[in-house]
Ligand binder design. Structure first.
Ligand code: ASP
Ligand code: MG
Length: 457
């Protein structure tokens, strides 16, 4: 048994869905469970529509909803034979009526709650899986549409819900396994789940990877395949650095360090379920199914390069807080972290000294309230337009004088904060956002001069 997850860009138009159908068809012998994201940029578009409605711009919201409707119906017409008279059409119409009613509700309430947001976003995956399941059936594949909300059971943290592990695992075993055993190909939505009392939740953006890993771990599959539109994990972000190479193999620890350091290739929650069950995770490109991709395993080949990949987070700001009570440094730190915890802010880098603390945090979130709270503890200063850079690789663990080598290559760059030692396999530092392309290019040149053919493509 295997899990195959297809992201939004792998199913964004008719040709890409056809490619995906062929890929699934080529793996029927391995008994696949299929997990789908919403198609193309649907999740983003649904979020825009919801915000417009809650802002009182109902007309505009409905026009946009019509576009989303058209997009999916065009696809369905091109993929499902006799779509106009099919059950899929009835199902899709029902979903869009549901969405329409929800938007009406928002435009009366003029408020978008996290709970309402999850409900609306869930339609992206529901619609996508309906189309994919019928397309597969029309090609003679014994596909069976399932509602992930029957088995991905989560807490009530809407927009970033966490699965209740044992309950989710048991439910997947009960609801999904028998279908595979009886020769079906289950098609399930990534990203969405439900609370114990049946209220729709989502696992956070890019959460479909996480669903795939949860399903894979519960079903003890031999492989979890994540299909994207890139050739796997790269040595650097190819949009920033054209010379980036594909990393063929990487360890769970390296991969999870990378996702937490800003590499967008996987949802950070994906690695843990796979690692717990020691299931290899493969990242493949649905546009080049025969390219090797990246394999993530417990003991990946370390290779001869010190670094496996360079990741970055942007936009970041440095928040500096100097305590106004110098009497109790540990109480100060505790209060700072309490506030961060309540506000859901996870700093990338933290340094403390006597009476103060500096943190590099994501600048994309709304931090006004957190800053207000922190100001009670001391003087808060914010420096924006920064970025974190992380170098990740198992070989860093055993390389002496690694940091000096890094910084020798960056002599004329302003480095604001450095974190070394918190993880033995990575080094993270903070630079100006505008320096990112040149810093990545120089580090790539320094650490991948002689690329190891066994670990890099
Ligand atoms: N559709 C959701 C998103 O765009 C979940 C996913 O794609 O993984 O974030
Ligand atoms: Mg997506």
């Amino acid at each position: 048994m295997i899990v195959m997850k297809f992201g939004g860009t792998s199913i964004e138009d008719i040709p890409s869905v056809k490619r995906v159908v062929e890929i699934i068809d080529s793996r029927l012998e391995q008994c696949p469970v299929v997990v789908n994201s919403a198609m193309g940029k649907t999740t983003r578009k649904l979020l825009d529509v919801a915000r417009l409605s809650a802002d009182g711009m109902e007309e505009k919201a409905f026009l946009r909803l019509d576009e989303i409707h058209e997009y999916h119906f065009d696809m369905a017409r091109g993929l499902i034979p006799d779509f106009e008279n099919s059950d899929s059409r009835t199902t899709l119409e029902r979903y869009f009526e549901g969405l329409h009613k929800l938007l009406e509700g928002l435009s009366i309430l003029l408020e978008l709650t996290p709970r309402g947001q999850d409900r609306i976003l869930s339609y992206g995956e529901l619609v996508a899986t309906t189309i994919i399941a019928s397309t597969l059936q029309s090609r003679g594949i014994n596909a069976r549409w399932l509602d992930a909300r029957d088995f991905i059971i989560t807490d009530e943290r809407f927009t970033r819900a966490r699965p209740v592990d044992d309950l989710t695992c048991r439910s997947i075993q009960e609801k999904v396994r028998p279908l595979v055993v009886s020769g079906h190909v289950p098609v399930i939505q990534g990203f969405i789940g439900s609370t114990r009392s049946g209220v729709t939740t989502t696992l956070g953006f890019e959460g479909s990877d996480f669903t795939a890993a949860l399903a894979g771990a519960a079903l003890d599959v031999s492989n979890i395949e994540i299909w994207k539109d890139v050739n796997g994990i790269m040595t650097a972000d190819p949009r920033i650095f054209a010379g980036a190479r594909t990393v063929r193999n990487i360890s769970f620890e390296e991969a999870s360090e990378l996702t937490l350091s800003g590499a967008k290739v996987l949802h950070p929650g994906t690695i843990e379920p796979a690692r717990r069950k020691d299931i290899p995770v493969n990242i493949y490109n649905s546009r080049q199914p025969d390219a090797g991709g990246t394999t993530i395993t417990a003991h990946a080949n370390k290779g001869t390069n010190i670094v496996k990949s360079i990741a970055y987070n942007m936009p970041v700001c440095i928040m500096n807080i100097v305590s106004n009570s110098h009497a109790d440094p540990s109480g100060f730190l505790r209060s700072v972290f309490d506030i961060l915890d309540r506000e859901g802010i996870v700093p990338y880098v933290v340094t403390t000294a006597g009476t103060g603390i500096a943190m590099a945090v994501s600048a994309s979130e709304d931090m006004e309230h957190a800053i207000e709270e922190l100001t009670r503890l001391g003087t808060v200063n914010i420096a924006g337009e920064k970025a974190t850079i992380s170098l990740v690789g198992e070989n860093i663990r055993t390389t002496r004088d690694f940091a000096p080598v890094v910084f020798q290559n960056l002599e004329d760059v302003n480095i604001y904060m450095v974190a070394q030692g918190a993880s033995p396999i990575s080094l993270t530092f903070v630079v100006d956002e505008s320096d990112i392309p040149s810093v990545i290019a120089r580090l790539h040149e320094a650490f991948f001069k002689d690329p190891d053919p066994d670990t890099l493509e």
